[in-house]
Design a protein around this ligand. Structure first.
Ligand SMILES: C[S@@+](CC[C@H](N)C(=O)[O-])C[C@H]1O[C@@H](n2cnc3c(N)ncnc32)[C@H](O)[C@@H]1O
Length: 285
């Protein structure tokens, strides 16, 4: 590539967040109209509008991300990601047992649990946005996960307070140290008080439990990108449902407690000029 081509490639990449924000804004009028038509006016709060707006936008954006990233997230949950790359053989066991599926939204990834459903699978989908629950329930049903996938209608900060109603009607709490796997896909950017809540989540994992991660994070490439990302982030959280671009989520995860095995890096194909860089991989307690 010539220097001119390189320059245009970088410029186009830097424009991508603005295009994403523009698409998100286009969903606001429809979301408000839908709420006004379907709910009593006194129920329509700012947070209700924000949730409905995000859900309407994510129906498109999340579906596109599902298509574009299907193979790599499939590999992640099969334990076949090493140093940010998809590999042929598992380097950690696939998701199994009792799973906390954090912030699943409308459930674009829930079908990936179906393969692990060998009898002892139990997935708790911790999703506070109730507008997303119908889609999540539907996708869990389509994946054959009735009786396996249980929606917890709260944020991660309240897991300890929740009495979970099991399929047989009994209630119980999710105990710390009882969870085999945690899955977080593009959701730790929107949780409150990330250091504290990530450290709290860590405690739910058993010894030997695995945390499967695909998250976008703060850039650490150069001063220009740090400044540019911080500038985009002046607007981003207000338009993308509270999502923060400049979180040092990898550090929060590493600081959450001791890990036996660390394999969490930026995918090597991501460039220095990515405004929304990721970390991808697994941590084993
Ligand atoms: C960008 S969406 C990603 C949804 C899904 N993981 C996906 O990849 O399609 C972020 C999700 O995190 C959820 N979320 C926000 N705050 C949360 C919290 N405190 N606890 C759990 N999930 C939360 C949002 O409601 C939303 O569904």
């Amino acid at each position: 590539m010539t220097a001119v081509q390189d320059f245009f490639t970088v410029c186009l990449s830097l424009l991508f967040p603005w295009q994403f924000l523009g698409i998100a804004i286009s969903y606001l009028p429809g979301a408000i109209k839908h709420l006004v038509q379907t709910e009593p006016l006194q129920n329509i709060s700012f947070s209700r509008i924000r949730d409905a707006w995000f859900n309407a936008f994510w129906a498109r954006a999340g579906a596109n991300i599902r298509v574009g990233n299907g193979p790599r997230i499939t590999a992640l949950l099969e334990g076949r990601v090493s140093q940010g790359r998809v590999v042929d053989k598992p380097v950690v066991p696939p998701v199994s047992g009792v799973i906390l599926d954090i912030g699943p939204g409308p459930g674009f990834w829930v079908d990936l649990y179906a393969k692990s459903n060998t009898g002892d699978l139990k997935v708790y989908g911790v999703e506070p946005n109730t507008t997303a629950h119908a889609g999540l329930q539907m996708r869990a049903h389509q994946a054959g996960l009735d009786g396996v996938y249980n929606i917890i209608p709260t944020g991660i900060q309240d897991i300890s307070k929740v009495e979970v109603t099991e399929i047989d009607g009994s209630t119980s709490k999710i105990e710390k140290g009882s969870v085999d796997c945690i899955v977080t896909l593009l959701c730790l950017c929107g949780i409150p008080e990330p250091e504290e809540n990530i450290a709290e989540l860590y405690q739910y994992l058993k010894k030997g439990g695995r945390w499967y991660i695909f998250e976008h994070v703060k850039t650490n490439k150069n001063y220009f990108m740090r400044f540019y990302q911080a500038f985009v982030n002046l607007f981003w959280p207000h338009i993308i449902g509270g999502c923060e671009l400049c979180r040092d989520t990898k550090n929060s995860l590493l600081q959450a407690g001791p890990w036996e095995r660390l394999d969490l890096v930026q995918p090597p194909e991501e460039t220095w000029y990515a405004t929304v860089p990721h970390v991808f991989g697994t941590l084993t307690k």
